[in-house]
Design a protein around this ligand. Structure first.
Ligand SMILES: [Zn+2]
Length: 102
């Protein structure tokens, strides 16, 4: 589970860096194509980070999805369906393992 969590946190860090560059480009008048506005992108990163925090213990027996009986077994790095879904936007990033697909 730790490797998957590390992967997700790394992707969020990458997103945040890309958004910071896009915001800087906007502020300095430099034009690059960005499909989402930086404000929305930062909000989405905050959403994913909050979800990861809420579900960080799922699959260990101490997460909210464990209580609901919806977590994955300990050997499944994803932890729970929510964590698996958070990884879905990053399936094309280096390091994403096919077995992590929801
Ligand atoms: Zn969960």
């Amino acid at each position: 589970m730790d490797r998957f969590a590390q992967f997700l946190h790394r992707q969020l860090d990458i997103d945040l860096e890309l958004l910071r560059r896009a915001r800087q480009d906007a502020e300095t008048g430099t034009h690059h194509t960005c499909l989402i506005t930086p404000i929305r992108g930062f909000r989405e990163c905050e959403l994913k980070t909050r979800l990861l925090t809420t579900h960080q213990h799922c699959g260990t027996g101490e997460g909210p999805c464990d209580e609901l009986g919806e977590s994955y077994p300990p050997e499944d790095e994803r932890g729970c369906p929510t964590r698996a879904l958070i990884g879905l936007p990053y399936t094309d990033r280096p390091g994403y393992a096919p077995r992590w697909r929801p």
